[in-house]
Design a protein around this ligand. Structure first.
Ligand code: PHE
Length: 476
């Protein structure tokens, strides 16, 4: 029975048109605001070099094994994330309850999608500002002519006061995402990635080279690559693991879903390695792109979201051709965010198609509408709903508004739990022959990978969860 359905589905099911189509789409999913906003901010907050080195270590020993685990579950199942896990569990004689790990991922992807598109809307706002600025400041002048430093820095807080404006921008970003997801895997998602990702890389390299010649490049190198190991404390290590995770899009069933569209003859170990290498390179290059610009303007290298939305716009002012660079920069961020939001919308869409038999455009449209409702509510949590703390009864999330709660609950709880369950499932529950048939590894490398999935990853993830939920354990 199962085999027949599987063959029928595989035969009629959309999928990546080529190996490189899959790699570009998966890199598009991985590379996003996490690399461009979160990585530089985390590196700055956690002391630079030692964090960066440990981050690379985490990508190799935890991120990469989990990435391969997720894609192989998907490729084996050839169906939505929940159905893929269900199949592997059934064929291994394990409980159907394991499907829950993918169900949690589908929910997380939806929650991230909701607030991610609000940030995507902010990026659109800055694209608009720099387009307008090109007309006023001209191509050769610095950006934002005639504005004082405090005028520029107040753009972002002023935007956060405007719930209506943010909702409209959110709707635009959701609509663009929906356009690609509704068109399907090969005809929409892959096409977007194949065009947007190379454009993204060109812009990234262009701005980085520009920064290297005009900005504080030597200071940046010293900051990012000088290893002061006394700064490698417990919390710094945890921050690095969490960042590795968010950046590779793990624990939200996204890579299970993308893996399910991969052809049988693709070597998943090789493609996973390429994806992880590309994602890490972009994070490092983003650091080399952003810090020279910020440091050259003598601005602080700290400050989370403010680094991109308040500090950077300010630093474009002192640059030659600042409005062109500013525009190029935010277009680049928008492209990266879009290929990630597309991957986030695809997860619940594929699930709804599978679960309820909806046509893809209906499924995607429903997901988009619901994500917009949640997104608009979260946009208002910076103003009208500021005092609404949905999870106030849980100490860990006590002070969070809806927007930050969506981020924290997924990053601190659901993603690590999802990935922990994935490694236990692949390392202990699923039959080894299915894993071996999919993973593309042999000999010593296969044994080493399996050791990581079976022992190191679950142990490390359990530790992160415990210390994340009870931060006092580390005494800091
Ligand atoms: N990895 C994406 C980024 O770095 C975010 C993301 C997380 C996308 C989870 C999909 C799933 O921005």
């Amino acid at each position: 029975m199962v085999a027949t359905t599987k063959t029928q589905e595989a035969a009629g099911r959309d999928g990546w048109s080529s190996r490189s189509g899959f790699i570009l789409a998966a890199i598009g999913a991985a590379v996003g605001l996490g690399n461009l906003v979160r990585f530089p901010a985390e590196a700055a907050a956690n002391g630079g070099g030692a964090f960066v080195l440990f981050y690379i270590f985490c990508i190799a020993l935890i991120g990469l094994p989990v990435l391969l685990s997720e894609t192989l579950i998907g490729r084996h199942g050839q169906a939505s994330a929940t159905r893929s896990v269900e199949r592997m569990a059934a064929e291994s004689g394990a409980s159907k309850a394991w499907t829950g790990l993918a169900g949690l991922g589908v929910l997380s992807a939806f929650m991230i999608l909701a607030f991610y598109c609000v940030i995507g809307g902010w990026v659109l706002y800055y694209v608009g500002i720099f387009v307008g600025d090109l007309f006023t400041s001209g191509v050769t002048g610095g950006a934002l002519a005639g504005m004082s430093a405090s005028d520029i820095e107040s753009i972002f807080p002023t935007l956060l006061e405007q719930g209506g404006m943010m909702s409209i921008l959110d709707a635009v970003f959701v609509a663009i995402t929906l356009y690609f997801v509704a068109r399907g895997v090969s005809g929409g998602i892959e096409k977007a990635s194949v065009v947007l990702m190379p454009a993204f890389f060109l812009l990234l390299i262009g701005i980085t080279v520009y920064g290297a010649f005009t900005g504080a490049f030597t200071e940046t190198l010293a900051f990012l690559f000088s290893f002061d190991f006394t700064r490698l404390t417990g919390p710094v290590m945890l921050a690095a693991v969490g960042q590795a995770f968010f950046s590779l899009s793990l624990g939200v069933a996204g890579m299970i879903t993308y893996g399910s569209y991969v052809a049988r003859d693709v070597n998943l170990a090789k493609t996973s390695t390429t994806i992880a290498l590309a994602d890490t390179s972009v994070a490092l290059i983003a650091g080399l792109c952003i810090f020279p610009i910020v440091l050259a303007a003598g601005l602080s290298s700290e400050g989370g979201m403010g680094l991109m939305f308040a500090t950077l716009p300010h630093s474009f002012q002192s640059m030659p051709a600042g409005s062109v660079i500013g525009l190029a920069f935010f277009v680049m961020v928008g492209f990266a965010a879009l290929t990630s939001s597309v991957s986030l919308m695809e997860v619940p869409t594929a699930w709804a198609v599978d679960r309820f038999g909806f046509a893809r455009p209906i499924a995607a449209g429903t997901v988009a509408a619901l994500a917009l409702i949640l997104g608009v509510a979260s946009a208002y949590s910076f103003n009208a709903l500021n005092d609404f703390h949905p999870l106030g009864f849980i100490p860990l999330f006590a002070g969070e508004n809806l927007f930050t709660a969506l981020d924290s609950v997924t990053a601190k709880l659901f993603m690590p739990i999802g990935a922990l369950l994935t490694t236990i499932f692949v390392g202990w529950i699923a039959e080894r022959r299915m894993i071996d048939a999919e993973n593309g590894l042999r000999g010593g490398l296969d044994r080493f990978w399996f050791f990581l999935v079976r022992w190191l990853c679950p142990a490390a993830l359990a530790a992160i969860l415990i210390v994340g939920i009870f931060p006092d354990i580390l005494g800091t």
